[in-house]
Structures are given as C-alpha cells and as structure tokens.
Design a protein around this ligand. Structure first.
Ligand SMILES: [Zn+2]
Length: 331
C-alpha cells in the first residue's frame, strides 16, 4: 500500500519525522491522531519504513527489503497490532505479546517498531499493560499509536506519546491522490458517501461504495416522505453492507442539520403535523441531533449481539412524517 505517493496533506508530517530521525530525535512513542480515513495507518507504515529502510539514499526508499517487508507487514522487526476478527477491542494478551516482541533483540540490528491501530480500541487492561512499555521503553524502540478518538485513551498513555495530527484533506487533494494511487474511477461519488476519507475510499471499490450510497439515500428520502415500509427496509439494510449504510445514514442526517441551520428550516420546535406537505419540515433540529447520536451508537455496537433489524426499524420509524404510515402496509 505504501508504494503509493505521499499524500499531499501528509507531507508536513513526513518531513518532520524524517528530520527528527536524521537528528536522532525520534521519540519512543508517537500518537497519530487522525481524522477517520485520512491516512493515520498510511503514516504509521511510512514511519516504520523510515526506521527500517536499508536502501541507499533518502529513507524510506520504498524499494529495499526493509521497506517492502514493512509495507507487507511481514518485517521481523515490525509488530502490527490491530483488531482481531469480530472484536471491537484490543485485549491485554495482544499487548503482552507485543511487549515481549519489542523486548527481543532486533533482527536487523536496528529499530524495533510496534504499531497499534486503532489504539482507541485498547481496553482498560490492555492500556495498563501498554503503560509499562511506555514507561520503560527498550532502546531503539518505536511505538506508533493510531487513533481517531484519542480522548478514549487514559491520560497516562497520552502524556507519554508525542502527538501528530492528521486532518481530513481538502476534496481536491483527496481526488488528486486517489487518481495518482489508484487510477481513474468514480472517486468523487465515493467520497460523497464516505466523507473526506480518501484512504478508506482507496481500500474499496468506489463504484460499489457510490451505489450503496445512492441506494441508502433513496431509502432515507422515501422513508422521510412516508413512501416506503420501514420493516422491509430495515431487514434489507441489516442483511448487507450495514456499516457503510449506517455511515450514509449519519452523513445524511448531518447534511440535513447543516442545511437546516443555514436556512432555519429545521429550527422549529414542533414536529410537523400531517397537514404539512411531504418534503417539508419533518423533524426538528433536536430530533435530528438525537438521531445522529443513536445512529453512531448503533455503528459502535455492531459487534454486540442484538437485533439489528429491529434497532434500525425503530430509527427508521422516527423519520416518517407524523400521520403517515409506511408504504408497505406494516404500519
Ligand atoms: Zn528502503
């Protein structure tokens, strides 16, 4: 993945890291605070390559064995810690394994690198275990934590890491990088669905993302007109691409809030009555904010066994204008 060009919005960070490394001032622990999908893991991989590169010239060369193995996450001096399948948490056993790896002598006689992503998924016990490594880091060790919500980490961890911020890029920067890295494609449409998250877009098929996005929007607009059945739609959503659809749902609501704030259209305190025409004000601003929170909660608890269809149906029903029932006749 890191054979790709340096994203323009990350060049300041890569230059600062390269300069610190050249002066021997690289910190033991870095916390990359990223906007979701803006390139935190890309930067973590780049940093691992920086210290593991064995090529001539300016590191990372991207072509030597150190760089290619780091990129493939198969370098013996790189431990990459992420979520295990079906888990939303990083567990203490994983952190202990990482600490044991980092304590071993480097294979290449240089750095040992540990990457933890998403670090905000460390549970409390795992974070405590990590603290020991952060307090007494073995020599020539680099720990890189990637998190989009670092406030979920204990302050004792945060205070021991040097923070590096990765902001969401401008749309034009995202598009330029996606075209250079992946070639032509419906990137604009994919970013409309995903938000300013080019690395997320690059990981998938932009055509499919755009299609799911268009379908989700159509469903939500139809629900808001009272023109479709919430039960059938909830069942359909729960069956496939639910995380992406929920992201669309959240963006759709946020867009409404933004639009409403601009025009004052949703700043009514009363829920619109059935006498108002469809397509007009259907939810007030407070309800919209409440819905955004609930969609986020549902996204965060996707791994928890629950009836997703039912949870979705409850949310969908709240979009339907008062006095209208779903078009499918279940209402
Ligand atoms: Zn190299």
């Amino acid at each position: 993945m890191n054979r790709t060009p340096v994203p323009a919005w990350l060049s300041g960070q890569t230059e600062a890291l390269a300069a610190a490394f050249a002066r021997g001032h690289l910190p033991h622990a870095l916390l990359i605070h990223e906007a979701p999908g803006a390139g935190g893991e890309w930067l973590a991989t780049w940093t691992a390559q920086l210290v593991l590169c064995r090529g001539p010239g300016t590191a990372p060369c991207g072509a030597c064995q150190g760089c290619t193995r780091a990129r493939a996450r198969q370098h013996p001096d790189l431990a990459w810690l992420g979520l295990e399948e079906d888990s939303r948490q990083i567990r203490i056993e994983q952190v202990r394994e990482l600490a044991a790896e980092l304590a071993l002598t480097s294979h290449g006689g240089g750095y040992k690198v540990g990457v933890i992503t998403p670090a905000d998924a460390l549970n409390r016990f795992a974070a405590n275990a990590l603290l020991k490594t952060l307090e007494e880091p073995p020599a020539r060790t680099l720990l890189v934590l990637v998190a989009s919500q670092p406030s979920r980490l204990p302050p004792t961890i945060l205070s021991r890491c040097q923070r590096l911020k990765v902001r969401a890029p401008e749309r034009a920067q995202s598009l330029a990088w996606l075209r250079e890295a992946r070639g032509e494609g419906p990137w604009e449409a994919a970013l409309d669905v995903l938000g300013e998250a080019p690395l997320m877009a690059a990981a998938g098929d932009p055509g499919e993302v755009a299609q799911v996005g268009a379908d989700a929007r159509e469903t939500l607009e139809a629900l808001a007109r009272g023109a479709t059945d919430p039960v059938a739609q909830a069942e359909r959503w729960a069956r496939a691409e639910l995380p992406l659809r929920l992201l669309c749902f959240e963006n759709w609501l946020t867009e409404r809030i933004r639009r409403g704030e601009g025009q004052g259209a949703f700043l009514t305190e009363l829920r619109a009555g059935p006498y108002l025409s469809a397509g007009g004000t259907f939810l007030n601003i407070r309800e919209l904010f409440g819905l955004v929170d609930e969609v986020r909660d549902l996204r965060a608890t996707l791994d928890v066994p629950l009836n997703r269809g039912l949870a979705l149906e409850t949310l969908f029903r709240r979009l339907i204008p008062a006095g209208r029932v779903g078009g499918g006749g279940h209402g």
